[in-house]
Design a protein around this ligand. Structure first.
Ligand SMILES: O=C(O)CCC(=O)C(=O)O
Length: 264
């Protein structure tokens, strides 16, 4: 269970780390499945000569250990607390893509600041709107140990508070996810950078509007695996002040009220 302080930090910082959310045997099972997938692409778990690309992006497998990972009790309890019971899709798995990052000095080409998209837009890319249509959370699931040398995801702490105004200006239709970061104020990119480090099984539960990016070079010893599913919501946030709002919605409303001068 998240404490009241955890929830307060989630609203102000845009994320909360839940350590040990997924048991280690489940994490090992997920790694085994992912290495089997990589083997079909000629990438061997113990043969580093086959680790030739900085990143290989896998579709998250379904079934088996991924069901156990996606339905971990600590995660579902936190989703209830952050979104409200009965408001989010109880997916039997994780979903999304898993960028596997290998030790490398090369630019992986996918390490720009962004927020994730939520719904299929008119141009075929993922779009997002201020009511966060279809997405309640972004979840960074560490499927391996990740330290500062092994290409952790970078997070701009508190950046989710800068995004609602950009999205509100675009109306109900929203923006393609790639159009959001270029519209953010310069102050967003001066915010404190936090690295999503930890042990396999640690999970960073993030506000859907949190600005984040991959990092490079990867100077760690091992291949790094992080799943980054969304938590789906069938009904977008109403964003009506004074009603029964959940912490994710409270942060959006805070961002809409916030003035640039008040931002840290
Ligand atoms: O691999 C990472 O660290 C993050 C990747 C990411 O943010 C994305 O693919 O949307």
């Amino acid at each position: 269970m998240l404490t009241a302080a955890d929830i307060g930090r989630f609203i102000s910082d845009g994320y909360v780390a839940v350590r040990g959310a997924i048991p280690t045997d489940v994490i090992s099972g997920c790694q085994d499945v992912l290495w089997m997938d990589l083997a079909t692409r000629g990438v061997g778990r113990t043969d580093r000569s086959t680790w030739t690309e900085p990143v290989i992006r896998l579709n998250c497998p379904e079934g088996g250990p991924f069901v156990a990972a996606g339905t971990a009790q600590a995660l579902w309890e936190a989703y209830d607390q952050l979104l409200g019971e009965g408001t989010w899709w109880k997916r039997q798995g994780l979903g999304g893509t898993i960028p596997v990052r290998f030790p490398s000095e090369a630019d992986p080409g996918d390490a720009g600041w962004h927020i994730d998209g939520s719904f299929d837009g008119p141009d075929g890319s993922y779009w997002v709107n201020v009511r966060s249509k279809m997405r309640g959370l972004l979840v960074l699931v560490l499927l391996t140990d990740v330290d500062e040398r092994s290409a952790p995801t970078r997070i701009l702490k508190g950046s989710h508070l800068d995004v609602p105004r950009v999205l509100a200006a675009a109306g109900e239709g929203g923006l393609s996810f790639g159009q959001v970061a270029p519209r953010l104020p310069a102050s967003t990119f001066k915010r404190e950078q936090v690295l999503a480090e930890g042990k396999g099984g640690d999970v960073y539960i993030c506000h859907p509007f949190l600005v984040h990016a991959a990092s490079w070079p990867h100077r760690g010893a091992h291949a790094r695996m992080i799943a980054q599913p969304g938590v789906g919501i069938p009904v977008p946030f109403a964003l009506r002040e004074g009603t029964d709002i959940c912490p994710v919605e409270a942060a959006i409303l805070l961002g809409l009220r916030d003035t640039p001068a008040a931002r840290s």
